[in-house]
Design a protein around this ligand. Sequence first.
Ligand code: G6P
Length: 610
Amino acid sequence: MCGIVGAVAERNVVEILLEGLKRLEYRGYDSAGVALLTGDGTINRVRRTGKVQALVDALGQQEALGSTGIAHTRWATHGGVTEANAHPHFSNERVAVVHNGIIENYQSLRENLVNQGYTFTSDTDTETIAHTVNEALKNTDSLLAAVQASVKQFHGAYGTVIMDRTDPSKLVVARSGSPLVIGLGLGENFIASDQMALLPVTRRFIFLEEGDVAEITRRSVAIFDKNGNAVEREIIESSVEHDAGDKAGYRHYMLKEIHEQPVVVRNTLQQRIDETGLLPDIFGKGADDIFARVKHVQIIACGTSYHAGMTARYWLEQYANISCNIEIASEFRYRKSVVHPDSLLVTISQSGETADTLAALRLAKELGYMASLTICNVPGSSLVRESDMAFMTRAGAEIGVASTKAFTTQLTAFLMLTLALGKHNNIAGEDQQAIIQALLNLPAKLEETLAITQGIEDLAEEFADKNHSLFLGRGDQYPIAMEGALKLKEISYIHAEAYASGELKHGPLALIDEEMPVIVVAPNNELLEKLKSNVEEVRARGGIMYVFADKDAAFASDDTMRVINVPHCDGPIAPIIYTLPLQLLSYYVALIKGTDVDQPRNLAKSVTVE
Ligand code: G6P
């Protein structure tokens, strides 16, 4: 959450900063600001509440110039959405700061700084960084030394970039908990909270590590670790697509990303599986030896990624014969848990930077898990770097805040993990073959499923005036119902709950009336007859149902039930296939309601604070 961009160059950096902010806007979008060191030795700061476009418009009114600058797009944590709380924050017109994360001890820092004579102009924790560095500059001429001294006082998570009006040649950056990446240019260097921001200007990146502080000038980058020792960090050539920030003719990123699913699932499978099964070492060298010893799997994730993990639990126990638990990262990290012998910890994350998931991984290392694997979409992210093994989903950059293609590639990855672990746990030959075939057919099935869009657009009309909805599924479709409900909540703001349909009569049945649409996911599997009984229970109470069903499942539309046929698919991939119509339903309902589909209110794409 929050996006940071900074640049030190010969040329005017305003356009670079604004383009970077636009590319990061999905991470936070309640206010934005920029600070530029001008030729006459002053700092020109412009801030606006609302989208980055408001800042662009404001800057369009003036001829903003500066070859050193910092910029920020905010997702408020401390202090409301006001211009005064937008970054960059100043101290005495000398030090300017942008910050991502939370300084947890900001209240005590603030009290001390007020006693030292500093005046606060915002309610943010970030302003304490500016004043602390300004105070440290009383003891040194070096911004770097001042930042190194200051960070010792900060508790919490931060990725911060600091600029000093008296020294326009440099930016100093510090990372603890919130990611920062340095972009290397020719005679110019950059900093950002995410490489996406800098792809128009460079492909060469250094990912800072925990505790790093770095000084960046036009021609040099000097990095110091948490103990203050000078360190070299690897330079990585990025393979992320430059134009991933483009909507490719679609009205929204979300719709583009929904339609990309056949391609990105194919990419995720490529060179990893063929007719004979998994290719060697797809989870990394040595992974198979670790998998041979695994007796239990513990999955940890948040949000949509958590739903992928819930689905995986059904698969790992059903097909791979291995016991599996799944828990939300924010719960796992704050409770005492028992580690099963020979347990593999699996984290799942689109971004690889979710604060709770990362903290859970770090805790798991202390607890003595045998090994850790992350299923992740962002190369070089913190989870990838800190896990023993990493399996990259190849969804490409996902910009829409509501996750779509990341989810289906995560599920694809989990079916491959099911094969890999099943190999050591007597997976039944016919199950193994069924999963292999289903995966090979998956991209084509996804294409076929997307072709049912039209029916769903019509259906959305019937939903848009409702305030509540209920999603039902059974078995490995229960997490898919949960994901469908989450999508609807996130982008259409309609209250949606998901239930395992067997739970219907234990409470939610009391809510059923014609104002509460019930969405049912009904593939043709062994639980179909049970699901049909649940459908009858709803019908008997006057409920209106929308059933996504295999045509062989023999559901027929009538006054109380609308049936949408989903292409027939093999059992193991059914959860992936049934995800698509639910994504489309949410999208079209949001479209009718006129909400901000790609940047829904109050949410952020990457939750890098607790
Ligand atoms: C946020 C996003 C969700 C995402 C969740 C976990 O809430 O809005 O779409 O599922 O974070 O993120 P991760 O990057 O760890 O998958």
